[in-house]
Design a protein around this ligand. Structure first.
Ligand SMILES: [Zn+2]
Length: 163
């Protein structure tokens, strides 16, 4: 019988082959509209294409698996002014970032609030949240957040640099 305080190492410790790591579970979100209002001239702009992007999200701690968010979104063309734009998904992830905002916020907090070094924060995110973020990426996020707001206000995340 194990005691409450017994040390149990992470199940992935010692794994050296990527294919042996737990596979991500796919969750889907849709931002697919037949028409949106044009951001430039405010006229109705019809959909002309549908795209999808995959973002690494916080994993599922209960089943110890990563979670990838697949977001389907529409692209629109305004016939009035010619403007082409994509449906806004910035509530889920920042432009050019492969991770969700939740992951960025958690990572920056680990460093800014808990004072974890970048490499430790990277391991923490994998061990406790099953999301792998290279420590250099975390460093980019934190440094950009620091430039924007020295107090690291939660929610004030930068545009994603690398990764
Ligand atoms: Zn327009």
């Amino acid at each position: 019988m194990s005691s409450p305080g017994e040390y149990v190492p992470d199940v992935t410790e010692g794994i050296t082959r990527v294919e042996d790591l737990p596979k991500p579970r796919i969750e889907r979100r849709s931002r697919n509209w037949s028409a949106r209002r044009c951001p430039r001239c405010r006229h109705r702009a019809g959909r002309f294409a549908v795209r999808s992007r995959t973002f690494h999200d916080l994993g599922d701690a209960r089943v110890d698996r990563p979670v990838d968010l697949v977001v389907t979104f529409s692209r629109h063309r305004c016939l009035h002014c010619g403007c082409c734009f994509v449906c806004d998904i910035s509530d889920l992830a920042m432009p050019y970032c492969r991770y969700t905002r939740r992951v960025q916020q958690r990572a920056v907090r680990l460093v800014a609030e808990d004072g974890l070094p970048y490499q430790v924060a990277s391991w923490h995110l994998w061990r406790d949240h099953r999301v792998f973020v290279p420590y250099a990426t975390i460093q980019n996020w934190v440094e950009a957040a620091g430039k924007k707001n020295p107090e690291y206000a939660v929610g004030q995340l930068p545009r994603c640099g690398t990764g």
